[in-house]
Design a protein around this ligand. Structure first.
Ligand code: ADP
Ligand code: ZN
Length: 804
């Protein structure tokens, strides 16, 4: 007898597998999808392991296999287990990351009479009603019975009658939501010259088909001839044409507009970086040892993408394949085209904006090995790419690589784990690497490769000039507008020269902290160093890390000015001010409010590129990947909004954003200029971004991290409790803190410290309150794993931010 350890699609299953007997005659292998009985239900499951002994004594039988071929490879099985163990997520949530789109389906329960001759006089009232519904029907969905009798009564009556062998249950999976797409094609078999009586429409259709060398899609024929389907059907009946249903590809990349691109001749820096990666790709990497991870640190426009393309080509030469991850927002047609132009017909795409059908087709083609390169956002790291040799993560510092729902995995860490399992190479690329990644590169865990020069328009093009404007001086001079004198003068100049401006404003318009109107001072928590958040309703200041509270002071502790509460503005306000101050400028606004549809991002960009506007106003979105030569001025309206976020990563975040925004200017022949407005001009992150100096930013940042014992010097976990009642939230969080402390003492685990409980930065979300605990320590997954966590808790291991 053989047994299968199955990950079952049920919330009850949590992080464990269940043992099932493999019935004789059924061929079941690891990685395969099966149907299993689970309590009263039948559920989908994935077999993770075949073993000669069950983990428990009593095992039930696997009912059936869903597909004959395994869906998960052995490496993906191990990866799913790792994700579940490391991120403390339900095992099936982790497994589901690797399943084909639309795979998850519920099983439907059917009830049918077991015998034709049920004596209705001998049974109870409820049972009679069930019989009435079922008899003469063949089978009936249990749901239908539940609707008539109510769930409880239906369940009880049915169960009893199944026991008495009056009824029987059967199960079927809900119908698939996605299937291969098919289209009707039409083909001429007999031109009908011999058959005389053709209607004009029929003749027109035949004439059209005569001009085609092979079958054409019926949709096309209909469009070109204006014939209805009835016309085609009548011809088919007469044997003149054949209509046939053909499976077609849903094609997310259109190759019509793409021209092939060829390898560029590399600069010496690029050459060195490429050779280093190449020599690892060419080496046989043993499985299960630390993978080769490269950090490609190169300023914007230093030619990182060219290195990716070359490395992929080298991987393909070795008979292997690659995956490229880019942030969702950068996954534009232009980005995809750059890869498709080098590997025509060999690039697959996976991201959430594709229709489910497109995702389904792409997934299956990837699994069949039809693509050399798969490009996609975060979840594409789980693409079933066979013979995977290289994983590239562009803009590796992006926070969107962390999933903010279960499982809370980070695509970078998942990629490195996967690479370890299969012996692949990983290339992480960024102009502003994550501090943790750079720390690893500095310490030899990863290999650091640097591209120090811009390559466009010519090699060695200078980075744009950055001017930092002290907004305190503006206030002193009586300028209370959103624009400093320097910025408004520059905007006027650019508009006059018929060039373009980008104005950048962080989305959160400073509504959460208060700032002195005179000196720009922001109150911080004395213990945690993070800015105190202003709760408007109660008008108090609160630390979202340690729950320290204080009233809003009467005067600024720094300059005694009595006017505090200087609030920043949002993009809409900015839009109005631009209208008012620069009446001649044509403007466009680009933020998540103005881009809801599938193409409106593209629309806005196309308009701006087409010079339909002089000023583009935007949030984070404009910071990324925008490459417009006629932009000669970038204005950061308020750098402080990200600097004052109550999070230890605020400095890093600010540096990244400012560097990216600054990288948008001066991509064309005219030198660009960047103006950063801030109340903290001396801040190290602002200074370093202005000087295009990653190293000095890193040195300062890592010193702060060490001093305050933040990652990478410790590991963090964030525990959030969500409930409709605020007081219950607080109580539950306090209880959990006590449990954690007791647990660490009982198990003799040192070095654990717990911050909080405190209300989460977003204290109330969709009508529910949220309180959080932050845990510092090492090996937090191991520490937390055995602790029973009640419902309502969210666990986030290695959170990217503490303020969600
Ligand atoms: P990054 O990814 O670092 O921002 P890109 O790879 O997008 O930079 O390169 C910016 C531009 O420079 C692209 O148009 C690219 O084709 C071009 N480029 C890259 N490498 C070279 C090179 N060695 N010689 C000439 N142009 C190059
Ligand atoms: Zn504090």
């Amino acid at each position: 007898m053989k047994y299968a350890e199955v990950s079952v699609n049920s919330p009850v299953a949590q992080r464990r597998t269940f043992s099932y007997t493999i019935p004789t005659g059924l061929d079941v292998r690891a990685g395969q999808a099966v149907l299993v009985p689970f309590g009263e239900k039948v559920l989908q499951g994935i077999v993770l392991e075949i073993s000669p002994v069950p983990a428990v004594e009593d095992t039930r039988e696997i009912l059936d296999v869903i597909e004959t071929e395994p869906i998960l490879s052995p490496a993906h099985i191990s990866l799913a287990r790792w994700i579940s163990e490391y991120y403390l997520s339900p095992l099936f949530d982790a497994v589901a990351l690797m399943l084909p789109p639309g795979f998850e389906r519920k099983a439907i329960t059917f009830i049918s009479p077991a015998r034709p001759d049920i004596d209705v006089n001998s049974i109870e009232e409820d049972q009679k009603r069930v019989i009435d519904l079922v008899l003469g029907q063949g089978r009936v969905e249990l749901k239908k019975i539940e609707k008539t009798l109510g769930k409880k009564k239906a369940g009880a009556a049915v169960s009893q009658m199944v026991k008495q062998r009056l009824l029987s249950r059967s199960y079927e999976l809900a119908p698939v939501r996605v299937k291969p797409k098919s289209e009707v094609y039409i083909r001429l078999v007999n031109d009908g010259e011999t058959s005389s009586k053709l209607t004009p429409k029929q003749a027109a259709l035949i004439a059209f088909l005569k001009g085609q060398s092979r079958s054409v899609a019926w949709a096309e024929a209909r469009q070109k001839t204006g014939c209805s389907k009835a016309v085609a059907d009548s011809l088919a009946r007469r044997g003149l044409v054949i209509l046939e249903t053909v499976e077609v590809r849903r094609e997310p990349i259109s190759y019509d507009k793409i021209t092939l691109s060829y390898p560029l001749s590399l600069t010496p820096d690029q050459q060195y970086a490429f050779e280093s990666i190449k020599s690892e790709i060419n080496q046989e990497n043993p499985e299960g040892v630390s993978p080769k991870v490269f950090l490609l640190h190169g300023v914007t426009a230093s030619g990182k993408t060219e290195i990716y393309l070359r490395s992929l080509a080298e991987t393909v030469k070795q008979g292997k394949k690659g995956i490229v991850l880019v942030p969702e927002i950068a996954l534009t047609p232009q980005t995809i085209e750059r890869f498709a132009a080098r590997f025509p017909g060999r690039v697959g795409v996976l991201h959430s904006k594709l229709s489910l059908g497109e995702q389904y087709d792409e997934w299956h083609r990837i699994k069949k090995g039809e693509y050399d390169v798969v490009i996609g956002s975060r979840s594409a790291v789980f693409a079933p790419q066979p013979d995977l040799g290289l994983i590239i993560i562009d803009e590796e510092h992006e926070w969107t690589y962390k999933q903010d729902s279960s499982p809370h995995y980070h695509a970078r860490d998942a990629a490195i784990k996967l690479a370890e399992l299969i012996g692949a190479v990983v290339v992480l690329g960024s102009a502003t690497p994550d501090v943790q990644t750079y720390f690893n590169a500095k310490n030899g865990k990863y290999r650091l490769l640097e591209l120090k020069e811009r390559v466009v328009p010519v090699v060695g093009t200078a980075m744009p000039h950055v001017e930092v404007v002290d907004m305190r001086e503006e206030l002193k001079a009586g300028n209370r507008s959103l624009f400093s004198r320097a910025l408004s003068q520059s905007i006027n100049e650019v508009i006059k020269a018929e060039e373009q401006v980008i104005l950048f404003l962080n989305r959160r318009g400073g509504e959460y902290y208060i700032q002195c109107r005179r000196c720009g001072f922001v109150l911080r928590c004395r213990r945690c160093e993070v800015p105190l958040a202003h709760h408007i309703k109660e008008d108090i200041l609160i630390c979202h890390q340690c729950n320290y509270k204080m009233p809003v002071p009467q005067a600024c502790p720094n300059c005694s000015n009595r006017q505090l509460k200087f609030l920043g503005a949002g993009t809409q306000k900015l839009e109005q001010e631009v209208k008012y101050t620069f009446p001649r400028a044509r403007q466009l606004r680009w933020d998540s409010d103005s881009t809801t549809g599938r193409t409106s991002n593209e629309d806005i960009l196309r308009k701006f590129r087409g010079r339909e506007a002089d000023v583009l106003i935007g949030t984070q979105m404009v910071a990324k990947g925008l490459d417009i030569p006629s932009v000669t001025l970038v204005g950061v309206v308020n750098a402080d909004t990200s600097l004052n976020l109550p999070d230890f990563r605020a400095g890093e975040r600010t540096f990244q954003l400012l560097s990216q925004v600054a990288g948008r200017a001066g991509r064309g022949p005219t030198a660009g200029k960047v103006i950063i407005q801030t109340f903290s001009p001396e801040n190290y992150a602002v200074q370093a971004a202005a000087g295009h100096d990653y190293t000095s930013f890193y040195e300062k940042e890592i010193a702060y991290r060490r001093q305050l014992n933040n990652p990478p010097f410790t590991q963090l976990a964030r525990l959030v409790f969500v409930h409709t009642n605020d007081a219950i939230c607080q109580r539950e969080a306090e209880k959990m803190k006590k449990t954690l402390i007791e647990e660490s003492e009982a198990r003799g685990i040192g070095g654990i410290s717990i911050i909080g409980p405190a209300p989460a930065f977003i204290h109330r979300l969709r009508g529910r309150f949220r309180w959080q605990l932050i845990i510092r320590g090492q090996n937090l997954s191991t520490f937390l794993a055995p602790i029973a966590v009640p419902q309502g808790w969210i666990i986030d291991i290695d959170p990217v931010g503490l303020i969600q």
